[in-house]
Design a protein around this ligand. Sequence first.
Ligand SMILES: *Cc1c(COP(=O)(O)O)cnc(C)c1O
Length: 391
Amino acid sequence: MNISNNFKSGRHFLQIPGPTNIPDRVLRAMDYPIIDHRGPEFSDMAKNILENIKMLFKTKEPVIIYPASGTGAWESAIVNTLNEGDKVLMFETGHFSSLWLEIAKKFKLEVDFVDGDWRTGVDPKIVEQKLFEDKEKKIKAIFVVHNETSTGVTSRIPEIRKAIDNAKHSCLFFVDTISSLGSMDYKHDDWGVDVTIGGSQKGLLLPPGLSFNAISSKAIEAYKKSKLSKSYWDWKPMIDNNKNGFFPYTPATNLLYGLNEALKMLFEEGLENVFKRHERLAEATRMAVNGWGLEILCKNKNEYSNSLTAVLVPKNCNADDLRKIILDNYNMSLGTGLSKMKGKIFRIGHLGNFNELMLAGTLAGVEMGLKISKIPYKSGGIMSALNYLSK
Ligand SMILES: *Cc1c(COP(=O)(O)O)cnc(C)c1O
């Protein structure tokens, strides 16, 4: 027998901002035999899920479920509503908004990409100004990432909605809520969003593999005029089949078992309590970061993310060296800095299936890692978090 000596006892701490830790209840629910996806048992389950998931998006309109990663649902929003050459407004909030831009370019949309510093959210004033100046109503859609997972910065969706209304503009409003849905409040209908993009693996207690489009009736009107090629992503066969609890192609049966259970768990805790828990754990994390004397990447307090915190390390230090120390010594994974943030930040995921003691362990791992590393910091920062959590 060949035995390597690298077994690590105890549970790995997966504190990246997605994919996140899956609750045992969801794992057990997925451990169930495949059923006929054209049979009555499946149809009952799917109808239930398709109805219940609306509560998560806070919508009365249809929610489409794809067996795909979030990137697919980004593409789907575009190909179902727009046409080649359409002018659209996008914002550089971080890595994910930049990836969405690349998809828009591939479908030959004419993108006005507003520069950003990766430390602030979309400025509603700029939205209002850009739309106000567009007298000929050439802009067909605006794209916003609600929670930039690469930076821990949120954009204020209700204020952006208001800016669109103030400019009396009729453009479509697309919002990516992949890493905020089920962690921070989100209101598809009240906020007048036309296509909301969601994914399974961040706050939704699920593995990667499902993604969502919540759509408005205005988006369905746009669908009728959209000539971009679509086949797999086409909304119509989905909506038609979903009415009877079926899908136009093989659904991800076991992930749907998981989704069914995850929705139950979120509703048992109560969505508003889920959001409060995330807010509390996020606030405690920020207190620890301040206690260590390190800087939070997000500049504005009213744009803090409650699903993750991105922490800047001082110049001449490398955040990835710290991440390696923490992984090697304490078996914990933290999120790396993406593209231009590489080495400059590390990201603490505090979303999904998560509680006080998991956060205490996470923060202890960071503080012990800081001690081993050569990064200057104030020891004991974790105490501000623990004091806050025990109040
Ligand atoms: C993770 C993420 C994506 C990408 O989703 P994939 O499932 O990796 O395709 C898009 N947007 C945001 C905000 C994300 O956090």
